[in-house]
Design a protein around this ligand. Sequence first.
Ligand code: OSB
Ligand code: MG
Length: 369
Amino acid sequence: MKIKEVEIRTIELPLVRPFRTSFGTQLERPLLLMKITTHEGAEGWAECVAMEAPLYSPEYMAGSQDVIERFLLPAIFEYGDIRPEEVAGALRPFLGHQMAKATIETAILDAQLKLDGISFGSYLGANKEEIDCGVSVGIANSIEALVEEVSQYVSDGYRRIKLKIEPGWDLEPVSVIRGLWPEIPLQVDANQAYTRNDIALLKKLDPFNLLLIEQPLDEHDVLGHAMLAAKVETPICLDESITSFEAARDALAMKATTVINIKPGRVGGYLESVRIHDLCVENGIPVWCGGMLETGIGRAANVALAALPGFTLPGDTSASSRFFTRDITNPFVMEEGRLRVPTGPGIGVDIDHDFIEEITTSRKMITAP
Ligand code: OSB
Ligand code: MG
């Protein structure tokens, strides 16, 4: 496939409610969107999951856009006729920037699959038509506000609740939610907010029958996670630390994680995600699909990935309405706690061009030389 033109837009979507984590509070979701047009007449879409500021990962929106324009796209143009499976290799000389790389690979994959008439799910190896949904619940202003929000999600039908935690907002919210919903699958995510000195505190989460504790320590402290995992009963699940197949392989070898959150943007794309999935299946490690407040474009591909056989835990694959009043595609609507995997070619969703236009904050066209 030969790329003719690339459109890079930044858009900004309002959130239905503020989303607070241990690293900050978001009131809206600014993000980078990419559309590629090929000489074969195909169009491919992808969103870059990088956040506006480097608080979750070292990558950030403007940095992703810069590396895409300055290095990654020129390398793709230079490569010429390219298959989606060749993109990662073509971009390998440039270090890091997985989210930017994933954006390009995903847009090319979408265009190729649309040409071939194949859905993302079939291409990736999905064996389910629907997937179970979990929801990520931000740190609330009070226990009462948290209970109200969780009640809403439970009555919406979500099959798993994930509470964001941080020092000072951990044992109490967990014990209250567990007390009110003794049976619901429940897990917590600290986004690196604790240290090795907090092992005794994190051990106090053991009685609450949590599915897992996600990324309690610094992303680089993989050994610390292994030390923690040896001391607590609750499974440890890495998120931020898993930036590649190799990182997943090594964290598993160190017993730093016994469950893995696969986020395609964080590991450089859907093909790398499938490699990690396969490794986990071989090793009997459950995986689930993480989220980055995606619009329908990124959500569609995530839902397809989450339909692979090794995704045995509900992911942060929520309905569009979890974050947005209006999505930029036909919305993902949950029925009985599940989302249907799109079956159309490529990511399989309809783009709402008018709405994208309305919320565009910048637009740039790059033509292949
Ligand atoms: O750590 O999983 C995370 C959102 C932004 C950045 C990091 C994370 C999250 C979430 C929400 O927990 C995921 C979602 O539902 O999209
Ligand atoms: Mg996380």
